[in-house]
Design a protein around this ligand. Structure first.
Ligand code: FE2
Length: 413
């Protein structure tokens, strides 16, 4: 680092250039063939899953490519939580047709399979070879991301999350060239999401904004993205549950998810993701549910730090959190004004979970109370916990699980 950047200045020094061109708008996928041509694509492979294909989204993307005079093949065998073998199956098809680009259409699994296949086509080997960051010898093929869910933010990230075939442990495989060159955000595509998927992905997206806003590695750019993501997501996610066809709120959810994904790329995540991952691995709890149930406790824990409490206050004010109706009715925020911003944020998150029909306690999820010690040991090994603003020990995680276990009286009605 140069002498100049060592000098004391406002906040953590950073070096940021957005790698992904974002194109947003209802109906914007109609233009994807033209946009792909602009980034030099001639022979792309669309990567999607059977559900997204059945909804007609892959066919619309294919038609848009063909309207631009470009041939395009479709691979629709993506599985949830894709493994290294799944990536290899997709890569084999890409090699067969001589694809020069991937177009991921769907949720995080489709986008990550497209990225992972690109690692294998360009550099050979298997996905465990690329665990970590920048392990490739040759840059990946161009990748275009078309998300149909508002959740992972994978469209703005240079990592693919791929499960090991044997252990099913998730590997983060990253490279600067794995970031999509183009992401097309078309809110019309996300209208087909079932309510439960909307709830799970929406809660995950909000958790990305809340966690990335306060990490130890946050800086001016990541804070800007996380704050704007939360400002859009906090009112939009409860409204997507009430009015799933409303393009305005679907658009805010999609934008918020992409901005939160960009914030993660810069400043990572925290203790809610660290404590959620063992719930998924050991008890098969869906990711959005696992993060959602842990986040209120993490917010309360982090809010004890006055610097973090001030950031939460900024988020609460930016989103006008106390006036957001959740579950179709005005929330009971009586007394909230006298309460800390962290507590108000935690209550909003619990109300959102309840309104979305998701569990608000580990008891509701059927997690045995005496599992806390084992889960805490696993959580402490998650690398993302190291980015949490307050250090989290095994006993802190155990206390976090214990406080998240009982049913919440406030939400009983
Ligand atoms: Fe997440």
């Amino acid at each position: 680092m140069s002498t100049a950047t060592k000098k004391r200045t406002s906040g953590i020094p950073f070096d940021w250039q957005a790698r992904t061109r974002l194109v947003y708008g209802a109906g914007s996928i109609e233009n994807v063939g033209h946009l792909a041509r602009q980034v030099g694509v001639k022979n792309a492979l669309i990567v999607t899953d059977a559900g997204v294909a059945a909804a007609g989204h892959a066919a619309r993307v294919r038609a848009a490519f063909e309207a631009s005079g470009m041939p395009v093949a479709v691979y629709e065998d993506v599985h949830e939580n894709p493994t290294s073998s799944d990536a290899e199956a997709c890569a084999a098809v890409a090699r067969k047709i001589g694809a020069d680009a991937f177009v991921g259409v769907g949720g995080g699994s489709s986008l990550d399979t497209a990225k992972a296949a690109s690692f294998l086509v360009t550099n050979g080997g298997a996905m465990p070879d690329y665990r970590g960051y920048a392990k490739v010898k040759r840059p990946l093929l161009p990748n275009i991301a078309i998300p149909t869910t508002a959740g992972t933010g994978s469209e703005c990230q240079s990592y693919a999350l791929i499960s090991d075939d044997e252990t099913h442990v998730k590997m983060a495989c990253g490279d600067p060239s794995a970031a999509p060159v183009l992401a097309v955000l078309d809110p019309e595509l996300s209208r087909s999401m079932p309510r439960r998927v909307t709830a799970l992905t929406g809660v995950d997206a909000i958790s990305h904004a809340v966690e990335s806003a306060v990490t130890r590695t946050r800086h001016a750019a990541s804070s800007m993205l996380a704050r704007e993501a939360f400002r859009r997501l906090a009112p939009a996610i409860p409204r997507t549950l009430e009015s799933p066809d409303d393009l305005m709120v679907r658009g805010d959810a999609l934008l918020g998810s992409a901005f939160a994904g960009s914030a993660i790329e810069l400043s990572m995540l925290g203790a809610a993701h660290a404590s959620a991952n063992p719930l998924t691995a050991v008890h098969d709890v869906a990711h959005g549910q696992a993060v959602g149930v842990m986040l209120p406790g993490v917010v309360r824990m982090n809010a004890a730090d006055p610097v973090i409490e001030a950031i939460y206050e900024d988020l609460v004010i930016a989103a006008k959190l106390d006036s957001i109706p959740v579950g179709g009715r005005t929330r009971d925020t009586s007394g909230d004004a006298a309460t800390s911003a962290g507590e108000r944020l935690a209550r909003y998150l619990e109300d959102l979970l309840a309104a979305a029909g998701l569990a608000t306690s580990l008891e509701d999820l059927g997690v045995p109370r005496d599992d806390a010690a084992r889960l805490a040991r696993d959580a402490a090994e998650q690398w993302t916990g190291g980015h949490n603003p307050r250090p989290v020990s095994i006993s802190d995680f155990e206390a976090l699980y214990a406080s998240t276990w009982p049913r919440k009286e406030r939400l009983a009605s």
